[in-house]
Design a protein around this ligand. Sequence first.
Ligand code: NAG
Ligand code: NAG
Ligand code: NAG
Ligand code: NAG
Length: 431
Amino acid sequence: MRTRALKAAITFILITTAYADYNETIMQTMYGSVADWVHYSPHPDPSPACRLGAPLRVAYFTRHNATLWDWIAVTSHLRAPWTRVNPGLYQAYGLDTTTANSVWEALGHMLCHMADILIFSDTIPDARPLLQGGCTTPLILQVTNRFDHGIAPRDHDAYTALMSEAAIQPHVWWVLSNPYEELLISKRGIKLPPSRLKLLRPLGMNLLHNGSSQPADTDRSRFALVEPLRSNRLENTVILPWLRSNSLTDNLQLYRQPHAGPAALAQHRAVIAVPYQMSALKMYEGLSAGAVFVVPSPAFLRNLTSQLDASQMAFCCRDLLHDYPDSWQDYFDWYHKDFINAHILFDSWEHLKRLIKDREGTGKLVEEKRVVGKEAMRLSRQRTLDGYSSLYRSLSQQACGMARMERKKGGARVASHEQELLAVISNWMRD
Ligand SMILES: *[C@@H]1O[C@H](CO)[C@@H](O)[C@H](O)[C@H]1NC(C)=O
Ligand SMILES: *[C@@H]1O[C@H](CO)[C@@H](O)[C@H](O)[C@H]1NC(C)=O
Ligand SMILES: *[C@@H]1O[C@H](CO)[C@@H](O)[C@H](O)[C@H]1NC(C)=O
Ligand SMILES: *[C@@H]1O[C@H](CO)[C@@H](O)[C@H](O)[C@H]1NC(C)=O
């Protein structure tokens, strides 16, 4: 231990003294060819980290709190040095070709060189300036329900062309947060590369007021229901009026969005919910925290969507149910085989009424489901963390490989000087 520390100290002194001077010939060779000093900003060279096997730096681009919390958990697993960039602070949603070019012009050199690995989460159009500008830093597009969020109809073709081009770039990798994304993207005519593609679901991390810890005042006797903000959600149009007219509200705690964190939901008997998107953070967060959801069975959901239109029942995927009558559950995470057993399913309103009224029977069922849900999320989290570990390795190798190529091309002479020193140091450290 002491020799390692001593070696590190000596290494530091060696490096600083070796670079205390500079060689003008070398600098001319390296930088003499720079033509555009306005946009000049060097890529941080990962070579020393690559040689020493140290973790590479990540820049995580997101506007969205919950994706950021999830990333914080991932990066703490990876032990990767990282920073966060919030694209909402410098560009609008769904920027078009021209705007993306001006963002690239103004900030691209810096954004592209923020770190050795870049990750774009939340809305994928946020990556547009870098994809259009030709940034070659290895990057991950992490698709979380908002692949083309905000892209105007007149701009769809250009966006699709850009993404098709991105899909064949070896430095662009894809993470899909639920199984529906791939179907959706392929329907746009974009073919994602299987070798650079992973399905990695959210961990369901919530850091809001210690959101995932259990509040003390558990209220196991009552169900919870979150009143959605939008008036055309089934909770508002049908379920609440039905609960009231059947005098079932005594057994119910109502929450208004967004005041229902996973811990609040988990303290209740169960949460009555109607899936309206193929996946929702609410589900992953809730299951992790120990919440149990009471949702329409697949058959009943299908019936409801066919009887009620969008003004009575907002629902993402009527097309999906129609086009894939036998396999739609494979694309719909609430009902996917990895999660469906965690929920209590009701086949009719009568069935829901019985669940609410049979306090003892439902109480027992809920406790069984709570265990199933936690286990489902434990497995899902494990797959996600393993997936990120393997991606991080692949992208690090790519970044290191690119840096090697770069040095061969440009700074061979400079490199030889530094390389000798580093080779000596790393051999010595290994001893
Ligand atoms: C600067 O580097 C060049 C190329 O490696 C070398 O030929 C030259 O001797 C160096 N000059 C000094 C003053 O060290
Ligand atoms: C994210 O968190 C901030 C507080 O840090 C809050 O003001 C903002 O509304 C949150 N955004 C969303 C979309 O919840
Ligand atoms: C979160 O938990 C920590 C440790 O249990 C506690 O010290 C802190 O006050 C909590 N914060 C909030 C906002 O509840
Ligand atoms: C769905 O509707 C069909 C036709 O109306 C009916 O036969 C079936 O029992 C319904 N299924 C459920 C689960 O409600």
